[in-house]
Design a binder for this molecule. Structure first.
Ligand code: NDP
Length: 329
């Protein structure tokens, strides 16, 4: 007899894509050498696109969405994991081509799993999720560039969102002076509470960028792309760097070579999905040590498993502040 479990499932027909909360059993689990009882999941921008079908994120049907989960191993033939281990999963195509975290159970490759680091519980791990882990990958890229606290202001765009809010909290705890941009100036107090020294209206970054602007930022973390990123690049100080991780405004980048060849700036592309496991483990250890859990509680909120479809619409409409944590029933 196989155990039944609840899962969201996205199917496809001639009428398009449909998402439903349904009952599956163990025979529906996908291939893998570790089975996990999912304890918590979360909602990322990409999950919003997947659940609504707004972008072709899901590329295999039927499939359970959810690019992140934390949970407890209940069956493993992988050398690194045994029953009872607490694990985190981010990306690796999960929630895109392999069934993911919007379910009570998931079976995945053990090569994709990160052990829950000391200092974090499973709930906090999903308050961080892919968004927060991407924020840390971005912080690490700026550090590898040589940017240190005291070198100058770091700009974070889309600061009220998932990546942005964790980036602000982490950078400020590390001792950087952080300037946040947001389209929601009513969230100013929230961002100052996370550690932003100043908050700017994202409208200031919306117009076509000049090739070179005033030199303001020693580094930047950008989730927006488009004119916002072009303006950020033109305002980087000599030798500065931007970690590029998102396209909340646009996939395009209408810039010139001027800030690169006249100010020696650099851009670092950030990919969370296929990042090697060794780098992930470092990022998660750093999150456990360098992110203030009280601030993480401030920037996260509980979302009901049943409310994921509505929240998917909300995240795409830019209505979600910080990070949603979903306790899987
Ligand atoms: P959220 O929706 O939580 O946050 C995005 C934020 O971007 C919004 O809250 C808003 O912040 C800002 N924003 C929205 N629309 C615009 C716009 N038109 N112009 C400028 N800013 C805008 O998403 P996440 O933080 O989870 O993800 C952010 C981006 O990063 C997404 O594009 C996502 O796909 C990408 N991403 C990439 C990853 C990678 O591996 N490279 C991993 C994770 C995410 P505010 O209201 O404060 O202005």
């Amino acid at each position: 007899m196989t155990d039944q479990f609840q899962a969201y499932q996205i199917g496809k027909s001639d009428d398009g894509q449909r998402c439903a909360l349904t009952q599956l059993d163990d025979s529906d689990l996908m291939e893998g050498d570790v089975t996990v009882r999912v304890e918590y999941t979360t909602l990322n921008y990409k999950d919003g696109l997947a659940l609504t079908g707004r972008s072709p994120i899901i590329r295999k049907f039927p499939l359970t969405p959810g690019i992140d989960f934390s949970g407890t191993v209940i069956d493993s033939s992988h050398a690194d994991f045994k029953d009872g281990d607490q694990v985190i999963l981010n990306g690796f195509g999960v929630g895109e081509v392999h069934s993911g975290g919007f379910a009570q159970k998931a079976r995945v490759s053990g090569d994709w799993l990160v052990p829950l680091p000391d200092g974090l519980d499973m709930r906090h791990a999903m308050a961080i999720g892919t968004a927060g882990y991407t924020a840390m990958l971005s912080v690490m890229a700026l550090e590898q560039h040589g940017i240190k606290p005291g070198d100058g202001d770091i700009l974070v765009t889309g600061a009220s969102g998932g990546v942005g809010s964790v980036a602000v909290a982490t950078l400020s705890k590390l001792g950087h002076r952080v300037v946040a941009t947001t389209g929601r100036m009513n969230e100013r107090d929230f961002l100052v509470g996370l550690g932003a020294a100043d908050v700017l209206d994202r409208a200031d970054f919306a117009d076509k960028a000049r090739p070179l602007g005033k030199e303001l930022w020693s580094g930047a973390i950008d989730v927006a792309g488009g004119n916002t990123l072009a303006n950020v690049l033109s305002q980087l100080r000599y030798g500065g760097a931007a970690a590029i991780c998102g396209l909340a405004e646009s996939m395009n980048l209408p810039t010139t070579v001027a800030p690169f060849i006249l100010r020696g700036i650099s851009m670092y592309g950030i990919d969370s999905v296929m990042a090697p496991i060794a780098k992930r483990k470092i990022a998660w250890q750093r999150l456990a040590s360098d992110l203030d859990l009280a601030l993480l509680d401030e920037l996260s909120f509980d979302l009901d498993f049943a409310d994921l479809p509505q929240a998917a619409e909300d995240i795409l409409a830019g209505k979600i502040r910080g990070r949603a944590v979903v306790k899987v029933p």
